[in-house]
Design a protein around this ligand. Structure first.
Ligand code: PLP
Length: 400
């Protein structure tokens, strides 16, 4: 999500002007892929006369589950809602501590606060491997630690076996924030449950939306019930049933998905593999171009493990101002963003949890710049981005 305008780009000329009155850059960090098939699916849904929690939502859940090798799934309004529902369904609450990365979108930590539990920030392994550090997690365990939320940052899966062993040894729930890894083999198989996002800048989108996968059918059923005010039946089921009565058995929420978004999601799912493959090819182009033009720029995750390539993070050489580099790249028509401002340093969190130091996360976030990566790009765009980056570093007095 970060500060990007991508995914929310509006066709209205007024809305595409930024706060300074300028035009958005030609090459965006991310762009939603939407076309005629999505338009047709939306029109069919409107014509059907049934616009929320009906057959399309159910079909989307089934397709999504099948695509990820799961038995079932529950569609919700966002990944934030998915995380909240998972923690609520696991009965986490006041007094419980949940280990979370600070190198993530704020939603990961917010979901812990929603249930009244306490987020405990854990550092990353290294600049080259910016995933949650097992050693730091171990150091931050207390008798109150109940769960770990893993974020598969940038599209790379955390080490499944190591975290499963850790969770088993300490009696912790494992939860995946899978916002960056839609469609990647192995996601959703780590622990109790996984939360996915269909926000406009993710690998597939429903504009806003999310999904839950859970290991146990009972947990998924709890999530499903919590999603709709804890009601024992949904509107669609009541339409089909002979009796229109229902009961409420728990304090739930309105985190439902509607038929329009599910209709878009069904179309998007059909393209997901091709888009993720395109992302892989573009990432490979970056890995070829960057060392040639910008040998001083570090590329995290330069290994052969599979990735959903959600974003393209790069680390600027020491002493080079990211702000300056971003401004001159923007001037040259290339948008960049950052993933992420560390959550523990955001005012809200800093005020509540002072004196937290995460040296590796802080070093990573000081020099991270996110380069454009989305399936509408061509390899020639990658060449242009890298040349623009090299020029921008030079303009800042650095050596690319
Ligand atoms: C996008 C994102 C979220 C939030 O997703 P929403 O669907 O917008 O609620 C949570 N975690 C991570 C890591 C994300 O990238």
């Amino acid at each position: 999500m970060s500060a990007t305008s991508a995914g929310t780009r509006s066709p209205s000329p007024d809305a595409t002007r930024d706060a300074t009155g300028g035009k958005p850059p030609a090459l965006l960090v991310s762009e939603p892929q939407l076309g005629e098939d999505e338009k047709r699916a939306l029109c069919e849904t409107i014509d059907s006369g049934w616009i929320t929690m009906g057959g399309r939502v159910r079909a989307f859940e089934e397709e999504f589950a099948r695509r990820h090798g799961a038995a079932d799934a529950a569609a919700v309004g966002s990944c934030t809602a998915a995380l909240h529902l998972i923690l609520a369904a696991l009965d986490l609450g006041p007094g419980d501590e949940v280990l979370v990365p600070s190198l993530t979108f704020v939603a990961t930590a917010n979901s812990v606060l929603y249930v009244g539990a306490t987020p405990v920030f854990v550092d990353i392994v290294s600049l080259a491997r910016p995933l949650l550090s097992l050693a730091d997690a171990e150091a931050k365990l207390t008798p109150r630690t109940k769960a770990v939320i893993l974020v598969h940052f940038a599209g790379k899966l955390a080490d499944r076996e190591a975290w499963q062993t850790f969770a088993r040894r300490h009696g912790l729930y494992l939860v995946e924030d899978a916002a960056h890894v839609i469609g990647l083999e192995g996601v959703g198989t780590f622990g109790e449950a996984a939360a996915f996002s269909f926000y406009g800048n993710k690998n597939m989108t429903t504009a806003e939306g999310g999904m839950v996968l859970a290991r146990s059918p009972e947990l998924l059923e709890r999530v499903r019930r919590l999603r709709g005010h804890g009601m024992t039946t949904g509107t669609f089921e009541r339409l089909l049933a002979r009796h229109a009565d229902y009961d409420v058995t728990m304090l739930g929420y309105n985190y439902r998905m509607d038929e329009l978004r599910a209709a878009i999601g069904l179309v998007q799912l059909r393209h997901l593999d091709a888009w993720n493959e395109k992302r892989r090819v573009l990432r490979a182009a970056y890995e070829a171009e960057l060392p040639r033009e910008c040998p001083a720029v570090l590329i995290p995750f330069s290994d052969d493990e599979p990735s959903a390539n959600h974003i393209m993070p790069a680390l600027l050489p020491k002493g080079v101002s990211r702000r300056g580099v971003a401004a001159s790249m923007r001037e040259a028509g290339v948008q960049t963003t950052m993933h992420y401002p560390p959550v523990h340093q955001l005012s809200f969190y800093r005020d509540r949890f002072p004196d937290r130091a995460l040296p590796v996360t802080e070093e990573f976030c000081d020099c991270e710049i996110t380069l454009p990566l989305h399936p509408k790009m061509r390899q020639s765009d990658v060449v242009r981005v890298v040349e623009t980056l090299a020029d921008a570093i030079r303009a800042e007095g650095g050596k690319p």
